[in-house]
Design a protein around this ligand. Structure first.
Ligand SMILES: Cc1cc2nc3c(=O)[nH]c(=O)nc-3n(C[C@H](O)[C@H](O)[C@H](O)COP(=O)(O)O)c2cc1C
Length: 146
């Protein structure tokens, strides 16, 4: 099973979540601007994570998803999405937006979009969020193998 966790991160928080999830899945965490379409085509499972920036996924994440719009992955790939966000703001929902776009191009969404919480715009992650990412990774693992 070839698993890739694609992430964007300005201050390192989303990267930490991505690396934690990738570890649980024996997968690879790859920065959004280092991913090629060939890498996606070779993957069985694609997890996409982004910090929320102005109620949306980051620009690079949006650009990557847009670049896939001509693809049809129906029946070929499983996926899930996550974001990092500041709880006290009206957050918006980047993870759900990513999930919707992945579904539109045929990915099978294996578990609902997941938010992770940072305590300020530069972080750090809230205390229990690495543990939450570990558990989410384990849940994904079960879904992938079921
Ligand atoms: C320009 C800017 C816009 C942001 N917009 C939002 C937002 O709309 N909702 C939210 O919950 N957090 C927002 N944040 C906080 C980010 O989600 C936070 O910086 C991010 O989770 C940190 O992850 P990173 O270290 O991987 O970049 C914003 C931060 C910045 C700098």
């Amino acid at each position: 099973m070839n698993v890739i966790v694609i992430y964007d991160s300005y201050f390192g928080n989303t990267q930490k979540i991505a690396e934690t999830v990738a570890r649980q899945l024996n997968g690879k965490a790859v920065r959004v601007d280092e991913v090629s379409l060939d890498t996606i085509k070779e993957a069985d499972v694609v997890i996409v994570g982004s910090p929320i920036r102005g109620w949306r996924p980051s620009e690079k994440t949006q650009a990557l998803l847009s670049s896939w719009q001509a693809q049809n992955f129906t029946g070929k790939k499983k996926a899930a999405a996550f974001d990092t966000r500041v709880k006290k703001w009206y957050s918006g929902d980047a993870a759900k937006k990513i999930e919707n776009q992945l579904r539109k191009i045929g990915f099978e969404i294996i578990t609902p979009a997941k938010p992770f919480i940072v305590l300020g715009k530069e972080g750090p992650l809230a205390d229990d969020q690495i543990e939450a990412a570990t558990q989410w990774g384990q849940l994904l693992n079960e879904k992938i193998r079921s």
